[in-house]
Ligand binder design. Structure first.
Ligand code: KIV
Ligand code: ZN
Length: 519
């Protein structure tokens, strides 16, 4: 048994969740603004200290999501990412307007490789940009975080100068990201210890760690950084993030909790919300976690070998270091049906990760009651479908579609219900099935989209595999992105197209409403 270090009062480590920014920007994980809002509610209920809602300068969709979340969540710090550029900082400030606890998160690369090849900036220019940008961001908000991108491959003397400049200019949090997942636990622990001990002003700010998982060390490195003095961890649900991902929130949090005596640190996470939040994200982005994933994988608490089962029956501690119910695995499944009330439906939705405001719950409960007229038992999958329908209900919805070959060309027919609930049918021909489909959707909605990019890929394996389509368009100088998932890749493409078109129509309606209000 390792020897535990005796600690009296556990240090409080802030959980900074970047699922909606670093996570969302990774392939196959994009979310619409309304999906981000659903996820942000779950993160707030989970008890994260900071939610990074997006990168406003990068897309209209990020700006819309940041604004939606800022309008609703008042108790959690809401943070947006920003390059060290005046236009980015202004876009970030606008996206955070009205937020109760706003934070601007500035970043600039500091490593020699990035300075020379990416930025083409000297050390002096980097230092100037950091100081100038922190001061500019402080002009908008009190809470500014600075990240020295690729910090773990930066010369230590220069890193110390950058940190000192950011602190002197008003940053309250200093993040040292292992941007490419290169470091090791011993190395990162030492770096944090030396920076906190030696940089002027370091003891007055919070040091943060942000580790990527390229070598599978993101969680180990994050925990080592905490041992070195970091008091904020940047992590994401299920570890989603650029390339191999970020440190998985559930693993960092349970590491600190289960080995509390060793680390002498704790978080304010309600660990019983971990599994519902993980499952919500899996459904929203259509990316299931591997069965043997720590904490949230289907096998994390499964015991099959006879010798293990025998041990478990005698004492669960023989093969379990945490209890499944402590991380939110349901101990029993409730059956919902005709006699179930609103409270039971709300409770089951919460267990699935959905936290609804009153009017939304009314709508879902009405759909639930209608479903009970058709089937005796309502399963989790049915509730998820109701939620999906609810999320897509603002705007045009796909009722049915057929695509067939006509000689060398393809013909698509779509049936939609429009925002008023009326049926619309249209048919179009095109060079291939997707071209024909998009043509029919354009005729049915009156929205003509020029695609900038369109990708489809498969997520999941075997019977669980689903197709995901992502597309982006530029309209009136703004970029709009859409995502759709379905068992059928053509249907996923139609859903992605409608996702963008509905967002564009909402933006257009919003602009009209504000013009009328100003007139
Ligand atoms: O990995 C990284 O360096 C980042 C920064 C923008 C914080 O995501
Ligand atoms: Zn990152």
């Amino acid at each position: 048994m390792p020897v535990a270090t005796p600690v009296q009062v556990p240090a409080q480590v802030r959980i900074f969740d970047t699922t909606l920014r670093d996570g969302e920007q990774s392939p196959g994980c994009s979310m619409s603004p309304s999906q981000k809002l659903v996820m942000a509610r779950a993160l707030s209920e989970l008890g994260v200290d900071v939610i990074e809602t997006g990168f406003p300068a990068s897309s209209q969709s990020d700006r819309e999501a940041a604004r939606l979340i800022a309008a609703e969540l008042r108790d959690t710090t809401l943070c947006v990412l920003s390059r060290c550029l005046p236009a980015d900082i202004e876009a970030s400030a606008r996206a955070l307007a009205g937020s109760a606890k706003p934070r601007i998160h500035l970043f600039l690369s500091t490593s020699p490789l990035h300075r020379e090849h990416k930025l083409r900036m000297s050390r002096g220019q980097v230092l100037d940009a950091v100081a100038r940008s922190v001061v500019a961001a402080r002009g908008f908000v009190d809470d500014v975080e600075f990240s020295a991108e690729d910090a773990l491959r930066t010369e230590e003397d220069f890193l110390a100068e950058v940190i000192a400049a950011a602190i002197a200019s008003g940053a309250a949090t200093i993040n040292l990201p292992d941007t490419v997942g290169y470091t090791t636990p011993t190395e990162i622990r030492g770096l944090f210890e030396r920076m906190i001990a030696n940089v002027p002003g370091a003891r007055d700010v919070v040091f943060s760690t942000h580790c990527h998982n390229d070598l599978g060390l993101a969680v180990a490195n994050s925990l080592a950084a905490i041992e070195g003095g970091a008091r904020q961890v940047e992590c994401s649900i299920n570890g989603i993030g650029e390339r191999a991902g970020n440190a998985a929130l559930e693993e960092v949090v349970m590491g600190l909790k289960v080995r509390g005596a060793y680390f002498g640190a704790d978080t304010s996470i309600d660990t019983s919300r971990i599994v519902p939040t993980s499952q919500l994200l899996q459904r929203l982005v259509g990316m299931p976690v591997q069965r043997n994933k720590a904490v949230v994988g289907a096998n994390a608490f499964a015991h099959e070998a006879g010798i293990h089962q025998h041990g478990m029956l005698r004492h669960r501690g023989t093969y379990e270091i945490m209890r499944p119910e402590d991380v939110g695995w349901p101990s029993s499944q409730m059956v919902l049906g005709r006699h179930s009330g609103r409270a039971a439906v709300e409770q089951r939705l919460r267990a699935l990760g959905y936290l609804l405001e009153e009017p939304e719950l009314d709508l879902v409960f009405a759909s639930f009651k209608a479903l009970c007229e058709k089937q005796r038992v309502v399963h989790d999958k049915d509730l998820q479908t109701l939620m999906q329908d609810g999320a897509d209900s603002e705007g045009y919805r796909l009722s049915s579609m057929t695509v067939s070959d006509v000689g060398q060309r393809a013909r698509a027919t779509v049936e939609l219900s429009d925002p008023e609930g009326d049926r619309v049918f249209e048919t179009a021909e095109g060079d291939g099935p997707v071209d024909a489909l998009f043509g029919a959707l354009a005729l049915a909605t009156g929205v003509d989209l020029t695609l900038e990019s369109y990708q489809v890929h498969s997520v999941g394996l075997g019977a669980d595999a689903r197709g995901e389509a992502n597309l982006s368009v530029r309209y009136a100088g703004e970029e709009y992105e859409g995502t759709g998932t379905s068992k059928d890749i053509i249907e996923a493409s139609a859903l992605a197209w409608l996702d963008v078109a509905n967002r564009l129509l909402r933006a257009r309606d919003g602009a009209k409403k504000s013009e009328l209000a100003e007139a």
